[in-house]
Design a binder for this molecule. Structure first.
Ligand SMILES: Nc1nc2c(ncn2[C@@H]2O[C@H](COP(=O)(O)OP(=O)(O)OP(=O)(O)O)[C@@H](O)[C@H]2O)c(=O)[nH]1
Length: 632
């Protein structure tokens, strides 16, 4: 690695909206630099496919970060592609991993145009001061409109259309120019080998035998096998057992030098110890950590319970195992009187939750009930202290807000959302934002005047041409401030269905704001069911109460006695329905003449029902909760 000083190194990332061709371009670059030869292409294609599947499912599977060697005009360059996570839930991690780069390829699909995530990743890259190389992909598609999309990039990002490189990552056309631009336009990293070691952790994966494998970028000093290093964040110490470059598989090296990027194995046992954005130093030689480090924070919480209560220990074991490979899930045990033992899990977002559930079901064969997702609320107490509440059952009751109560206010997380949509769906999107307590709504046209809009995100190439033809209107970029709680349920589904799939959406964290919120409880036969408690905005109390009571009414099986189903806020009942009793037909077989006997039977039945009501509680099967919480 001594042969590669900073001047011949380029560290870059590919940033793009989902499906715009990031992996395909990475694959082409590997091929063009001979990292994957045509001969073993088949084998490596499998490696890439496996990576992709892993990434789609596990999110933290293996990274697509690689080192490539490329000779140009007699100089041997070391090009490091640094992968960034591809979903909005991880936008904060994207920002961290970009800190290891000096440049980024901004990849935009020429048939779909600039999308919401293209804009957010562009801004992150620009804030980091990276050199941005605009690349238009998929120019081979009949629906591609490279000139129009280049103008869109000009009006949205201020990019000179002359700087835009047009490629087809699929066929390889134009990809050579991308390689040239990486060398010509991206500045080399700076770093001094003689200063104390400073390693920046930008990604990690998990290996069953070796524990956590970190990907690090060396900012200063030299890292060698056997070195004792420590984390600035946790202060934990480790010994480097293996290190090297990803080419594209692990290739051990003697050392990693400034500006270089590689893998480091150092007996780190759990993924949770590998914090993206953490800085490592040589034990005894502390350094100033890279700026702006914050550990990943969970934004969506949900309780997870086994459908069969007796499966709890098995479920807990499965959750623990999955957490070994996913550093960002928070886990605590919780008990519900309705559902028994379970775990409360914190996720980065709802997609993260879905992926986790999917993995539990697929890889661990678990059958689980997941409670409604909740965001973390900040409770401001009268004595000035604050606490976070992420479980509706811990949310203060209305009495506690009253004068003399312990709570002064509740703050809820809010986000700044961006939506890109053809103008004809604009008013539907505005309504959607207002329905979800959107404020500060602001918009402006995205496409230069008179240009046709592009195809909906996610369309496959075959239908892209038709889709482009239908979207004849210009597109607008809308921005709004929304409470996070409003977008963790069905916001995204509504956004897609009300825009016929044309809207793209992204959001970023925007801190906390005061919210007028209430804890809603549901009572079955006058008993509150903890697993169903919700936190609801004051204005939505009536509607939400009625909706859930109706849903419960449909799902709960009738009992031998009457069951009132109620929604309540504090002591106030918001909605009620009553399940009538199943009437066992004790008089069947008795006919007309025996009137007195019939009456006697009916009276007996009434008496026994009264008894049942007194002792009556509902034994809701877990499956009923499953139906209730998994249906929309
Ligand atoms: N026609 C055409 N299709 C392409 C091109 N580049 C990529 N694709 C296709 O576009 C789809 C998405 O490409 P990927 O490389 O998986 O996109 P990605 O950005 O890595 O996707 P995510 O990892 O899901 O964000 C795939 O079906 C590719 O085959 C291209 O230049 N032309």
């Amino acid at each position: 690695m001594e042969d590669f000083p900073c001047e011949v190194i380029r560290n870059f990332s590919i940033i793009a909206h989902i499906d715009h061709g990031k992996s395909t371009l990475a694959d082409r670059l590997l091929e063009l630099t001979g990292t994957i030869t045509k001969k073993d292409k088949g084998l490596n294609q499998q490696v890439l496919d496996k990576l992709k599947v892993e990434r789609e499912r596990g999110i933290t599977g293996l990274s697509l970060s690689f080192s490539m060697f490329h000779e140009k005009n007699g100089t041997n360059y070391l090009l490091n592609l640094i992968d960034t996570p591809g979903h909005v839930d991880f936008s904060w991690e994207v920002a961290r991993s970009l800190a290891a780069c000096q440049g980024a390829l901004l990849l935009v699909d020429a048939s779909q145009g600039v999308q919401a995530q293209s804009i957010s990743v562009f801004h992150v890259a620009r804030e980091k001061g990276l050199t941005i190389i605009p690349v238009l992909n998929k120019i081979d598609l009949p629906a591609a409109q490279p000139e129009i999309v280049a103008l869109q990039m000009q009006s949205t990002f201020g990019i000179d259309p002359a700087d835009v490189i047009q490629i087809s990552a699929k066929s390889g056309k134009g990809v050579e120019k991308v390689l040239q631009a990486i060398i010509d336009r991206i500045p080399p990293p700076v770093g001094d080998p003689s200063v104390p070691l400073k390693g920046f952790l930008f990604d990690s994966s998990y290996d069953r035998y070796r524990g956590v494998i970190s990907l690090m970028s060396i900012q200063g000093g030299v890292l060698r096998k056997g070195d004792k290093i420590a984390s600035c964040h946790t202060r934990k110490k480790y010994e480097v057992t293996e290190l090297g470059v990803m080419h594209p598989e692990e290739v051990p090296t003697d050392c990693l030098r400034p500006g270089q990027v590689g893998f480091v194995a150092c007996s780190m046992k759990e993924s949770a110890e590998a914090h993206i954005g953490d800085t490592f130093y040589r034990v005894g030689h502390p350094v100033e950590p890279m700026p702006g480090f914050k550990p990943a924070k969970a934004m969506v919480y949900a309780g997870i319970y086994p459908v069969e209560s007796s499966d709890f220990l098995k479920l807990e074991e499965s959750i623990k195992r999955l957490c070994l490979t996913d550093r960002s899930v928070e886990v605590t045990r919780e008990t519900s009187s309705a559902l028994g033992q379970g775990c409360r899990l914190g996720f980065l977002g709802t997609l993260h939750l879905d992926v986790f559930r999917q993995r539990l079901e697929d890889e661990h064969d678990a059958n689980v009930i997941i409670t409604a997702p909740t965001v973390p609320y900040q409770i401001v107490h009268r004595d000035g202290s604050t606490s976070l509440v992420s479980n509706p059952t811990d949310f203060p009751d209305p009495l506690e807000f009253a004068s003399g109560g312990r709570v002064r206010a509740v703050l809820e997380p809010i986000v700044k959302a961006s939506i890109i949509v053809p103008e004809k769906y604009f008013s539907a999107m505005m309504d959607l934002c207002y329905e979800h307590r959107g404020t500060d709504l602001d918009w402006h046209p995205l496409d230069p005047p008179g240009q046709a809009g592009a195809a909906p995100a996610g369309e496959d190439s075959a239908s892209t041409a038709t889709a482009t033809a239908t979207a004849t209107t210009d597109r607008v970029l809308m921005r709004a401030t929304l409470p996070l709680a409003e977008i963790v349920t069905d916001f995204f589904d509504k956004l897609k269905s009300r825009s016929s799939g044309f809207a793209s959406f992204d959001y970023e964290d925007a801190g906390y704001e005061k919210g007028d919120l209430r804890k809603m409880t549901f009572l079955l036969n006058h008993k509150p069911v903890d697993a169903l408690a919700l936190i609801v905005h004051a204005k939505a109390v009536d509607e939400t109460g009625r909706y859930w009571v109706e849903k419960l009414f449909k799902i709960i099986p009738r009992q031998l006695f009457e069951v009132p189903i109620q929604a309540a806020v504090g002591n106030t009942i918001i909605a009620r329905r009553t399940l009538s009793a199943l009437r066992a037909d004790v008089t069947a077989g008795l006919y007309g003449g025996h009137y007195e006997r019939k009456l006697k039977h009916l009276n007996n039945q009434k008496e026994s029902k009264r008894k049942m009501k007194k002792v009556g509680r509902i034994d809701l099967p877990q499956e009923a909760f499953f139906d209730l919480l998994s249906s929309k």
